[in-house]
Design a protein around this ligand. Structure first.
Ligand code: AMP
Ligand code: ZN
Ligand code: FE
Ligand code: FE
Length: 279
């Protein structure tokens, strides 16, 4: 199986790059892409570990864009980790994540469910390039005993429109797709089935979106079939993966169960090789 969607401790995953590769290897993964939110920090260590485990490694990223107030996740594959423009763009994304986490913790304080910001903020410095996000705040709420689990933290406080929610500031999906392209990467719209309707999908395809995530744990067989058909009709490349975050994050563990078949990966890989990518 080929898994092109996994998170590490560089963002909101619970596994280090090394531990992640070990788990992926045990699950029978042959090709793996690490796609942390708004950071490339895990790529060097993940690449080394994958090489040692004889797993093909694809450098990746999952960037949060905003469309009319809602989050739209855009995956980027085969990006040039040396791109200064991409690095500066991601640094701005992480600065906004930090601002947002601080404001959410302020709101929680006023709501009478205080959490200590220090350990969260200490992990995300300019040097670590770690991307903060709501899951870290959810974990702090659990640790402080204010909620039982991540689901309750999002339902009661952190989810869209809940009392500690803070809106994000950032680029549109179109701008993110262009940024990935200029960094030599292939952009893929992440889990389109979670968007609720396909109007944005159609607009982005019209604007030149090269790929779409067909396989994802939140896509049932009907939804995957629909996007596989869309990809064939509109000549898009297909991506897919488990969106693994680790069992500690309260999500379904789809490692080794959701991903791309080798023949589906072949098209994406050939496209990257034609653009100069070497594994
Ligand atoms: P952020 O990056 O700050 O927008 O946080 C979004 C992340 O929170 C997503 O990528 C998910 O990993 C996680 N998330 C969102 N909703 C939930 C939920 N109800 N339960 C657990 N994790 C969630
Ligand atoms: Zn995540
Ligand atoms: Fe996502
Ligand atoms: Fe993800």
């Amino acid at each position: 199986m080929i898994d092109l969607h996994l998170h590490t401790t560089a963002s909101d995953g619970s596994a280090s790059p090394e531990a992640l590769v070990e788990r992926a290897s045990a699950a029978g993964i042959q090709v793996l892409a690490v796609t942390d939110h708004d950071t490339l920090a895990a790529l060097p260590a993940a690449r080394r570990a994958a090489r040692a485990a004889a797993i093909e490694f694809v450098p990746g990223i999952e960037i949060t864009a905003i469309d009319r107030g809602r989050d739209v996740h855009v995956l980027g594959y085969f990006v040039d980790a040396e791109s200064a423009e991409l690095a500066e763009f991601l640094a701005r994304q992480r600065t906004d994540r930090r601002r947002r986490v601080i404001e959410m913790i302020d709101k929680l304080d006023r709501l009478g469910v205080p959490v200590d910001p220090a350990p969260i903020l200490a992990e995300a410095t300019l040097e670590t390039e770690r991307a903060l996000g709501r899951p870290m705040v959810a974990a702090a709420l659990v640790a402080a005993g204010h909620v039982a689990d991540f689901a309750e933290a999002f339902d009661r406080y952190l989810g869209y429109g809940r009392p500690a929610f803070v809106a994000r500031v950032g680029a549109s999906p179109g701008e993110v797709i262009a940024t990935v392209d200029r960094a030599g990467g292939v952009a893929s719209l992440a889990h389109p089935g979670k968007l609720g309707d396909d109007s944005l999908v159609d607009d982005l395809i019209e604007a030149g979106l090269p790929a779409i995530e067909v396989y994802h744990p939140d896509h049932d067989a009907d939804v995957s079939d629909r996007y596989a058909r869309l990809a064939r009709d509109r000549r898009l490349l297909m991506t897919g993966g488990s969106d693994y975050h680790g069992p500690e994050t309260g999500r379904i563990d789809a490692l080794g169960r959701v991903g791309l078949a080798p023949r589906e990966y072949a098209g994406l890989r050939a496209h990257a090789v034609a653009r100069g990518w070497r594994p």
